[in-house]
Design a protein around this ligand. Structure first.
Ligand code: HEC
Ligand code: HEC
Ligand code: HEC
Ligand code: HEC
Ligand code: HEC
Length: 502
């Protein structure tokens, strides 16, 4: 194998090592699988639990979580919540059940500690709105203004912006427990009459989504918080929006992240995130639109955006979240790492046919133009400026027109897949042409708590020949970076919760 003087190889190797924590008490991992069966109701739980010899006599009352002991938190485990029905009698009424990790009813959750979102799926085709793509719009909103940074933080690009939020005890919502582990929540927000901070038209003929999070006090907040269930329905019982927008399966994210615990812990699933992170939510400080596509592309572009257009969100209480150091462990041209259609994400292939200024501009931030910010909502008009491209004469393109050129192989620009899989010198194109070194993990030993793993890897050159990276002088050359990254995924049983970070 020859190297020319400009060749720079960055070796990125991700190894998923599942390290079981043998030190955890009770090896109950496999019993968890019987949990869902217990959902049938309070009386169904006994059979399943008899087998693991747990003490069923003591019912743990969850309350607001603050009085739970460490043992009780461990025994309850990660809760499971299911929304079983929604009726909209102006303020919506939501039926939901909560079980513990063993499938027993999770009892006594204090009113006010379960928070809800409520959004409609707008089958938009107006090119001036969200680039012509359908979008979620929340009925529950608040506004952020300059007064928010009296604490001296924030940058106030905008005077005012609207943000989706939850319905909770702070907006007059409350629940009752109608049977052990079965609850009924009544919203504080009258969704049929939303006028503040912006009017949101009640459109019962569209597809709607209700989601929830359980946000307890005390040590149980993160480990007990269930995956956020959502419930899609059409209030007037008709056909709904005529489209769906299930683009991304949380499992795709968890391939790297293991498990999310955002916004303090209880926000974990993509289908829940998007009820707030849609085009209606804007960061007043930075002026960034917090739609999931624009935000997530920007976050993972991290260090590559840092120089020209760093991505900084001034979050709750205006704390700065600067993503300039996010180092993505793969070429970003592998869109399919996040985007692939599946049963959980039937619209997972949309990405290749949904170019808009914001979706592409999250990564290609140097060309993203935002202007004419609305003084109340913070919404902007977006364009993509081709001054940064190989065809600068194209200049700024209006949002909504991108697919004229970036769909299929029209007009030489090509669609996202053909573009991103054929960029000369990019890791993806090299790999697909068989021009890359190939790394395989042969095995790992010495894995477990307190141990330092040993991982055996095989490196083959583009001809498929095993390569000695330790003794080849070419690899000591200054033009070659030799970085081998190992991401270690740690699997625990029930004794500790995991941070969201890698
Ligand atoms: C190929 C691996 C990979 C995939 C897939 C991935 N991420 Fe990340 N993500 C990272 C890395 C690496 C970081 C930087 C880690 C850090 O700073 O803690 C990161 C950071 C983040 C951050 C900012 C850090 C924080 O804690 O606030 C968010 C938010 C995030 N990812 C969400 C997602 C979501 C949602 C998905 C799925 C749509 C996803 N990620 C898919 C690797 C990945
Ligand atoms: C109930 C609404 C809501 C839900 C649900 C929600 N977010 Fe947010 N999120 C917001 C708002 C509003 C902001 C901006 C706050 C600001 O600018 O003051 C935000 C900001 C963020 C930020 C920027 C940093 C920060 O913490 O402010 C990240 C990253 C983020 N959200 C990720 C997620 C992910 C991932 C999910 C789902 C697992 C999620 N959010 C679910 C409303 C929500
Ligand atoms: C780290 C994860 C991640 C990667 C990698 C990624 N995306 Fe995305 N993408 C997202 C998220 C999250 C959304 C928003 C999903 C939602 O709204 O439900 C999104 C949405 C989109 C959309 C909008 C789809 C629609 O119908 O609204 C497009 C277009 C898109 N991505 C293009 C791309 C392209 C092109 C690439 C590769 C060059 C890419 N994405 C790589 C996370 C990712
Ligand atoms: C997840 C991040 C990401 C998203 C989203 C994304 N791109 Fe890219 N794109 C890249 C990277 C990385 C490259 C490699 C060259 C570079 O760094 O500019 C690239 C390269 C390109 C190129 C080739 C430019 C060149 O210099 O060779 C075009 C054209 C392009 N993208 C168009 C798009 C369009 C259109 C969209 C929206 C559908 C999009 N991209 C969305 C990351 C992204
Ligand atoms: C009239 C046709 C046309 C329209 C409309 C158009 N583009 Fe392009 N775009 C191109 C061509 C041609 C290139 C150069 C392709 C290449 O370098 O491979 C390009 C390049 C790009 C790139 C790569 C930029 C870089 O850094 O090299 C991005 C991102 C992009 N376009 C996004 C968009 C978005 C977003 C829209 C809509 C707001 C849009 N384009 C509308 C034709 C168009």
């Amino acid at each position: 194998m020859r190297f020319n003087g400009f060749l720079k190889i960055s070796w990125v190797l991700i190894a998923w090592l599942a390290l079981g924590l043998a030190g955890c008490e009770g090896d109950d991992g496999s019993d968890g699988a019987t949990g869902p069966a217990g959902q049938d109701g309070a009386d169904g739980a006994d059979g399943a639990d008899g087998a693991d010899g747990q003490d069923l006599t003591a019912v743990i009352t969850i309350g607001d979580g603050s009085a739970l002991t460490e043992e009780e938190i461990e025994e309850l485990g990660k809760l499971q919540a299911v929304i079983t029905g929604v009726t909209v009698a102006s303020p919506p009424v939501v039926d939901f059940t909560v079980t513990d990790a063993n499938g027993n009813p999770a009892q006594g959750i204090a009113s006010g500690y379960v928070w809800f979102t409520f959004a409609k799926l707008v089958p938009n085709t107006d090119p001036d709105v969200n680039g012509g793509l359908p979008y979620w719009q929340s009925y529950v909103n608040r506004s952020e203004d300059v007064a928010d940074n009296a604490n001296g933080r924030g940058s106030d690009v905008l005077d005012l912006a609207v943000q989706a939020t939850t319905d909770s005890r702070f907006s007059g919502g409350s629940h009752v427990e109608v049977a052990p582990g079965q609850y009924q929540y009544t919203f504080g927000t009258d969704v049929a009459n939303v006028t503040s901070p912006i009017a949101v038209a009640w459109e019962p003929n569209l597809t709607h989504r209700v989601g929830l999070e359980i946000r307890l006090d005390g040590e149980g907040e993160v480990p007990l918080a269930p995956d956020n269930p959502v419930f899609d329905f059409v209030p007037d019982g008709g056909a709904g929006s005529g489209i769906t927008k299930d683009i991304l399966d949380t499992d795709k994210c968890n391939g790297c992240h293991y498990e999310f615990a955002f916004h303090g812990g209880p926000r974990k699933t993509m289908e829940y995130c998007v009820t707030c992170h849609n085009p209606g939510t804007v960061d007043q400080d930075s002026g960034e639109n917090l739609d999931m596509a624009a935000m997530l592309h920007s976050v993972h572009m991290g260090e590559d955006r840092a120089g020209a257009v760093p991505y900084i969100i001034w979050g709750f209480s205006d704390f700065s979240h600067d993503y300039s150091e996010v180092t993505y462990p793969q070429s970003k041209t592998y869109c399919e790492t996040c985007h692939t259609a599946s049963a959980a994400a039937p619209d997972g292939d949309n990405w290749n046919a949904a170019a808009t200024a914001k979706t592409c501009g999250g990564c290609h931030a140097d060309g993203l133009l935002a202007a004419n910010f609305d003084a109340v909502t913070g919404q902007a008009e977006y364009q993509f400026d081709h001054a940064v491209s190989d065809v600068p004469a194209l200049g700024p393109a209006d949002d909504g027109l991108c697919n004229d050129c970036h769909l299929g192989n029209i007009n030489t620009a090509g669609d996202a897949l053909s573009i991103h899989s054929s960029i000369a010198g990019d890791d993806r194109a090299r790999a697909e042409a068989g021009d890359n070194f190939v790394f395989s993990i042969l095995g790992a030993t010495n894995v477990g708590p307190g141990l330092i793993p040993t991982v055996r890897i095989l490196v083959t050159d583009p001809d498929g020949v095993a390569y000695d990276i330790l003794n080849d002088p070419e690899f000591d050359s200054v033009v070659v970076t030799r970085t081998v990254w190992f991401s270690v995924r740690v699997r625990t049983t029930t004794c500790r919760y995991r941070p969201s970070r890698l």
